[in-house]
Design a protein around this ligand. Sequence first.
Ligand SMILES: Cc1cc2nc3c(=O)[nH]c(=O)nc-3n(C[C@H](O)[C@H](O)[C@H](O)COP(=O)(O)OP(=O)(O)OC[C@H]3O[C@@H](n4cnc5c(N)ncnc54)[C@H](O)[C@@H]3O)c2cc1C
Length: 305
Amino acid sequence: MEQTVIDVVIIGAGPAGLQAAVHATRKKASVVLFGKSAGSSIHGAHVENYLCVAGVTDGAKMLAIAQEQVLGFGAKIKDEDVLRVEEKEGLFSIGTEREEYLARTIILATGTARKKLKVPGEKELSGRGVSYCVDCDANFFRNAQVAVIGNGSAAVDGALTLLGYTPHVFLISEKLETTPELQQKLDSSTVSRKDGLWVEKIQGENAVQSILLTDGSTLAVEGVFIELGAKGAIELAINLGVALDADTMTYIETNKRQETNIPGIYAAGDIAGQPWQMAKAVGEGCVAGWEAANYANRLKRHPTT
Ligand SMILES: Cc1cc2nc3c(=O)[nH]c(=O)nc-3n(C[C@H](O)[C@H](O)[C@H](O)COP(=O)(O)OP(=O)(O)OC[C@H]3O[C@@H](n4cnc5c(N)ncnc54)[C@H](O)[C@@H]3O)c2cc1C
């Protein structure tokens, strides 16, 4: 059976992604939004500087209202993390924790940089063995002993990806929760599991040498990949050839239409640069949703252009 092609896939369930969904659906595009509300920066925040919300200042509540609105406009929301995105015969293939999807356009609305572990040594050794991006840095650790830290699908996927570069991969999880598919892949892989443990400290002089675990043991590693939460947009973007800002390489470059350098890929919100504020995220989400829907509708009318 032929796979359905979605007009606009939005990655990210924060203000940018939700607003993009509102505007794309209003332009009669089919829209699927991937992401978890609890992963949004605004989820735990108390908001006072966003217009018209004097009565509702609880970020989680605002997101819940927005989700209802988006569903009412006809978008689908899937509580799934996206693990990879690839170009495929003029379309985009999106692999989540659970399934594969095909889309005409993608909006990256995944928020800011990766979550930190907040342990001694992490900051000091960042870029010297501590990494937040398996796809960016795995190549530096060929045949080295490495550890992935995390409790979710992004950590499992990271550990499995690293096996393509080195056979010495440890996965350290306090309490691993992933999909049955990834669990099966992990169980039949050679990733060494350290369950029920966490990292107390990352150790090394000028480069990572070991990590101290919560049971008091030390694990000698050259690389520590911190994979907390969902896979970051930078990783997804890198695989697609999406350009980052030349100065800091930490956010996605867009023009006023929220277009990236790759036709059909848009970015909005914190991932498209500062200021990291809801008002900006919503404004950019509006533009991205609008433009992506126009692009998809054009593509449907003129499939070869
Ligand atoms: C403590 C705190 C207080 C704040 N207070 C304010 C305030 O008062 N006023 C204000 O304007 N701003 C405030 N902000 C900033 C505001 O939260 C952000 O600017 C805003 O949330 C950005 O929206 P966004 O949609 O770009 O990203 P986010 O809201 O961070 O949403 C990102 C979404 O992408 C999802 N995601 C990430 N990777 C993937 C993946 N691989 N697959 C699927 N989904 C993925 C996440 O789960 C999440 O749903 C605050 C931030 C914090 C941390």
